[in-house]
Design a protein around this ligand. Sequence first.
Ligand code: AMP
Ligand code: ZN
Length: 135
Amino acid sequence: MSAAACIFCRIIRGEIPSFKLLETEKIFAFLDIQPLSKGHCLVIPKTHGERLHDVPDDELAELLPAAKKLALATGAVDYNILQNNGSIAHQVVGHVHVHMIPKPNEKEGLTVGWPAKETDMDALKALHENIKAKM
Ligand code: AMP
Ligand code: ZN
């Protein structure tokens, strides 16, 4: 999707209203309009990129400190930081965003499926070598 049509780029440009919380040269933060819990908010880089690896490091570097500020300002004690990449990974809006989602109780906030596999040391060892060789 182009930056011209992107809903979050349009929010940054002020073409669509938002409940803005923070803005710097590199990032913008606002309340999520369909919150999972009270205080659920989003931090986005100003560069339009669909996935984490499409965004420059200097903008990525501001996302977590901003999420930390928002967690403190909302008074969240327990919370999840979430960033989805790709529709099968639950990404709906194609502009990188970090969620800060307060977890006030079992029912509200993020619920997570965690289908852990058995530990396989041989497979982990081979994978470890493979990934290291590519960095
Ligand atoms: P994701 O599934 O990670 O792509 O999450 C997209 C998030 O953006 C959802 O939590 C939506 O509620 C939120 N969202 C979509 N449109 C808007 C909007 N116009 N203002 C604020 N939040 C929005
Ligand atoms: Zn965008």
